[in-house]
Design a protein around this ligand. Sequence first.
Ligand code: TXA
Ligand code: MG
Length: 328
Amino acid sequence: MITQNIQNAIQLLEKDEIVAIPTETVYGLAGNAYSEIAIRKIFEAKNRPNYDPLIVHTYSLENAKDFVSSIPTIFYELAKIFSPGALTFLLPKKNIIPDIVTSNLKNVAVRIPNHLLTLSLLQKLDFPLAAPSANPFGYISPTTAQHVENQLGNKIPLILDGGACEIGIESTIIGEKNGQITIFRHGGISKEDLEAWTGQTIHSQISSSNPTSPGQLESHYAPKKKLYLLKKNEININLTEIEIKNVGFFLIDEVGFLGFDEYMEHIPKENQILLAENGDIKLAAQKLFGSMRELDLKNIKIIFTFGVPSHHVGMAINDRLQRASFKS
Ligand code: TXA
Ligand code: MG
């Protein structure tokens, strides 16, 4: 059921049920972060492997003291600027957080979502909410209540509708060591923003298979159709067909194109989606997952894209396209 009624959500969550919640990044599939029963239901509904840890949501960094043992000063400084917002902090967990939440890691990922409905829900509960993105494992993240309904509607009792997600791409995950920030997943808050506010050069440690750093899996965020992330010199196109190097030939109306700000010549317009005709990288992030879903539904065989300019949130967009892309 899709509803805006927060009371229904509270009742369910207090009984260890799971509920989809809106955030400014993507919709989450939430359960009581202190309850193993609720957490197991999340993993089951998503069909998520237990080595991929969950993010825990609360309404302020200060409040996270209930379940983390310490918070570095620089995180408080960052929280003043970016919280609530698309930034997730890795912090040492207390025992009250079951090991299943963090896949046995010592740190728990903590996020304060910038969404009024969900903040008010979090304030009314006496436990934080563990919530991964509300999609079946490996598929594209949901940015509307309807996306959640389409994929998980029959597995969960309630979807709290908070409108379309404003940012449209997951949070940036950061850790701290000796006052130095490291990015473990690119996301809604850019490296440039973090560098501007900390005065540090910030490094990223983006892994694809090492579960002791953020469980960023190589194959993820993927549509059902094969998506190819290409360089412009990897295609040859004419009036009737397109050749993708090392892949093969396709008829011109068998392919879909996910563009940034320019359409592709020759390919039928109805099989093309531009992320940001005006070149606005934030708009591109907002439209990314919805556009991938739209192309996935079209009567085409494959989708291809050249990615987006790699600045600000463009880094996160290209990271998701890379993970969504087909690797032979
Ligand atoms: O924007 C977001 O972060 C969204 C919304 C719902 O808040 N959530 C989200 O969750 O993207 P999910 O489960 O799709 O991605 C969580 C990722 C994990 O795959 C892993 O990479 C990282 O967060 N993570 C979680 N806990 C971690 C931990 N203790 N240590 C390292 N990485 C962790
Ligand atoms: Mg996810």
